[in-house]
Design a binder for this molecule. Structure first.
Ligand code: CA
Length: 426
């Protein structure tokens, strides 16, 4: 059986070289149309492969994946499919790869093709998973250093625990929405440092945070922990994640218990989940961890992933401007370490949980992952293509994040996550 990641594979579907979805990617998502209802699909070029329709033609039958198999392809989230386990995700991705390969004829009659392939422009993408839990980490050393420099001590920016623990907090799962969903500017309580008393009203410091999140692929029992060498077995795949943040609300409320209403008004995720299997060729070594982490977090080999990321801001009726270019490989703490640390106290994992990386800032001024850093606390306004400038987001602005990995001529991409800011409720 050919490896679905083989860079020489070609599809019988015409795929533009700039597409995020070549035959080597095959990310999973959930889509809806009036005629079909909700279905699980795989992105291929400009199309969606309807997995339920493929199953109806008996093309998964010989895989003997169990009686739940066709039904899970009609659900409103990937959760039940993911819960079937890694051997099932791998078998389905392998079969889809075979069906789409240039020399396969199984899908190519008019009738089968009409039933199984839809243009992405003709479907509505839904939130791919129903997350029971959401954790947000704080794993970029550049981001943590920048924030520490701005708000505390430039000479001692990292708190003493930072290099020992993948710092995180438990976020709000119910307000995670799919790309394209507008985000309402939050109202909240804030107090300027020189003001005598707090006030209540629309946030004046609305920001994005460029992050990547992984989707939990395997549940664990309460009271058990996942050893570091097995941590990646619990990861289904990755999405782009925008952790919208109201800095004025956040800076007034976060002491002493951390982020709360400055974050929970909305977080956006991209609709296609790129499997960890598809990202295997893009593994790379991350930053050196110094001092060496405690034994339970210690890991050899390459556990970072080389994924190019960018953020663009598009004001209403104006062109977009790319304001940041970063890379997921800069992360100091890796996904496996985050997951193992999360379970080290016996906390249980659920399928579909989301674990976001924390803002991904790189080492250069053009690779910072939030407006707070790009405009350095409002002191260096960001110029946009339409002649305007920003220190924080305005109503009508759309923030668009994109990501892709590239090697050996193969581009494995995430598509995008976008959201437009709506005015606050008055
Ligand atoms: Ca964050």
């Amino acid at each position: 059986m050919a490896n679905p990641n083989d860079p020489t594979l070609r599809s019988w579907i015409d795929i533009p070289p700039t597409s995020d979805f070549p035959i080597q990617n095959l990310p999973f998502g959930v889509f809806e149309t009036l005629e079909r209802g909700t279905r699980l699909g795989v992105a291929i070029g400009e199309y969606v492969l309807d997995l339920y329709a493929v199953a109806q033609f008996g093309l998964f039958e010989d895989l003997e994946l169990g009686s739940k198999m066709p039904k899970v392809f009609r659900r409103r989230s990937l959760n039940q499919f993911i819960a079937l386990g890694r051997p099932v995700w791998r078998a389905v991705r392998q079969r889809v790869s075979e069906l789409l390969r240039h020399d396969s004829t199984a899908l190519r009659s008019d009738e089968v093709m009409r039933a199984c392939l839809l243009r992405q422009s003709e479907v509505e993408m839904l939130r791919p998973v129903k997350p029971g839990n959401y954790t947000d980490f704080y794993s970029s050393i550049e981001h943590a250093t920048n924030v520490g420099t701005m708000f505390r001590d430039p000479n001692n920016a990292l708190l003493p625990n930072w290099r020992h623990i993948p710092i995180g907090y438990h976020g709000r799962a119910s307000s995670i929405v799919v790309s394209g969903t507008p985000i309402r500017r939050p109202n909240g309580q804030r107090k300027a440092p020189d003001a005598d008393a707090p006030t209540f009203g629309p946030s004046q410091q609305l920001d994005f945070e460029l992050e990547v999140a992984f989707v939990g692929g395997r549940a664990t029992e309460l009271g058990s922990s996942v050893p570091i060498q097995y941590a990646e077995d619990h990861i289904f795949g990755l999405v782009l994640f925008n952790d919208w943040s109201a800095r004025d609300i956040q800076s007034w409320e976060y002491v002493p218990l951390g982020p709360f209403l400055g974050k929970s008004f909305g977080s956006s995720i991209s609709p296609w989940v790129v499997t960890l299997d598809a990202l295997e060729p893009f593994r790379t070594a991350g930053p050196v961890q110094e001092p060496e982490p405690l034994l339970y977090l210690r890991q050899l080999d390459a556990h970072n992933f080389d994924i190019n990321l960018e953020v663009a801001i598009q004001p209403e009726n104006a062109p977009q401007t790319v304001v940041s270019r970063s890379n997921f490989r800069h992360m100091y703490w890796r996904m496996a370490q985050q997951l193992t640390h999360q379970t080290s106290n016996g906390c249980n994992l659920q399928v579909g949980d989301l674990y976001a990386s924390g803002t991904i800032s790189g080492p250069t001024p053009d690779s910072l992952g939030s407006m707070l850093e790009l405009a350095w606390k409002g002191t260096r306004p960001i110029p946009l293509a339409d002649g305007s400038e920003r220190t924080f987001l305005l109503d009508g602005d759309t923030v668009i994040m994109r990501g892709f990995a590239k090697k050996d001529g193969v581009r494995v991409g995430f598509g995008e996550v976008s959201g437009m800011i709506l005015p606050a409720v008055q």
